[in-house]
Design a protein around this ligand. Structure first.
Ligand code: SF4
Ligand code: ZN
Ligand code: ZN
Length: 373
């Protein structure tokens, strides 16, 4: 049987099947369509203008490595006129981030871009290793996510860039759409598919790989022989996202367009104004000066919790103020098992037992300390 020819150039032998479209194509045509689709995403959304200074959030992983390679290629091919930087965050995770940062340092040489590395330790005085040893492995990604967002902004300010691009791909976005639906977080659902996020005081962020399939990013990295780091974080990633991911992969196996279809569904949702209006007026954090909707920004609220050694309590700044005003500082709270009477489920009452830090005054008929009968 004669070898199958590439569906695009009809000249070369087809050596791969595009996960996104099922087309059988040659290597060169695959590179070209992949890059061109990203170029169209960029131009349709008007992401850049000539002279923009753009920082690529670089972790050394496949997504950001391919992003750096493709942006460099497109910048030269289409004369975008961008000045590109690599910006890496060192979370302080031994055995994971230290190795991936070595990859980023090689990428700096390979792509000839200035690199800035900022660590949680220098910004916050805490590494993720230290945080996990204090809070355990349950909320680590909450800390890490809040700290990373702010660290990227601070790094971008130090590099004096106008814009941060991240390697989030179509699979990531489809997963987020599913998660927001499953959590009923409609305000986030309305925002999560936008390619650009930009607030008044925040640095512009965008996702040029919004429509790029993860499988194609892996293929691109593989056939281009790019230097990337493929180990997962040693601290268990978000379990809930894991379920959404497994579900999405099953849908993709049955019908590859599922990923794009979910993104399109997310884009087509119309969110009511009163649901959208979740964001409060901005001020600056009293502790670090970062923009915030409360006296303390999210990172400083978490840091205060860590410093007090009670990070798990999830007490917000506002709750804290209220407690202080009433002379009921969180330090006085007691950790006791208590239960909430189930009011929704018919049938015999099943106590839902949780361990929590409660103020004795909160113990009412509805929330009663649990005593095993
Ligand atoms: Fe941080 Fe969680 Fe990602 Fe690890 S998996 S790098 S702890 S957000
Ligand atoms: Zn071809
Ligand atoms: Zn702060």
């Amino acid at each position: 049987m004669a070898p199958k020819l590439c569906a695009l150039c009809s000249t070369n032998k087809a050596i791969l099947k595009r996960p996104k479209t099922g087309q059988q194509v040659c290597k060169d045509c695959f590179f070209y369509v992949f890059e061109t689709e990203v170029h169209h995403t960029i131009t349709r959304a008007g992401l850049f203008k000539p002279g923009d200074k753009v920082a690529i959030g670089a972790s050394g992983g496949k997504d950001s490595t391919v992003l750096a390679h493709v942006l460099k290629t497109l910048n030269e091919r289409y004369n975008y006129g961008l000045i590109l930087f690599l910006l890496s965050i060192d979370e302080g995770i031994t055995g994971y981030r230290d190795d991936s940062l070595e990859t980023v340092k090689r990428n700096q040489q390979q792509y000839d871009m200035p690199l800035k590395i900022l660590s949680y330790d220098e910004l916050y005085g805490w590494t993720m290793d230290a945080i996990v040893s204090q809070v355990g492995r349950k909320n680590n990604c909450t800390f890490c996510g809040v700290f990373r967002r702010q660290a990227l902004d601070r790094g971008a300010a130090m590099l004096n860039v106008d814009h941060i691009v991240t390697g989030h791909n179509a699979d990531d976005i489809a997963e987020t759409v599913l998660m927001n639906i499953m959590r009923g977080d409609i305000a986030r659902l309305g925002r999560c598919t936008s390619i650009v996020t930009e607030g008044e005081d925040t640095i512009k962020r965008s996702k040029p790989f919004k429509y790029a399939y993860e499988k194609e990013i892996v293929m691109y990295a593989y056939f281009k022989k790019l230097d990337y780091f493929s180990t997962e974080c040693i601290y268990s990633p978000d379990a809930y996202r894991g379920h959404a991911r497994t579900f999405l992969k099953e849908l993709e196996a049955a019908r590859p367009s599922a990923i794009i279809d979910i993104i399109h569904s997310g884009e087509a949702f119309e969110i009511r104004e009163e649901v959208k209006a979740g964001q409060k007026s901005q001020q600056t954090c009293k502790r670090c000066g970062y923009m915030s909707s409360n006296d303390l920004c999210k990172a400083c609220t978490l840091l205060e919790g860590l410093e007090r050694g009670m990070a798990g309590s999830g007490i917000t700044e506002r709750e804290r103020k209220k407690l202080d005003a009433e002379g009921r500082a969180p330090e006085n709270l007691r950790t006791i098992p208590f239960y909430r009477r189930s009011t929704r489920t018919p049938g015999p009452e099943v106590p839902i037992v949780v361990e929590a830090q409660v103020d004795p005054a909160m113990i009412t008929d509805h929330y009663r300390p649990y005593t095993a009968e």
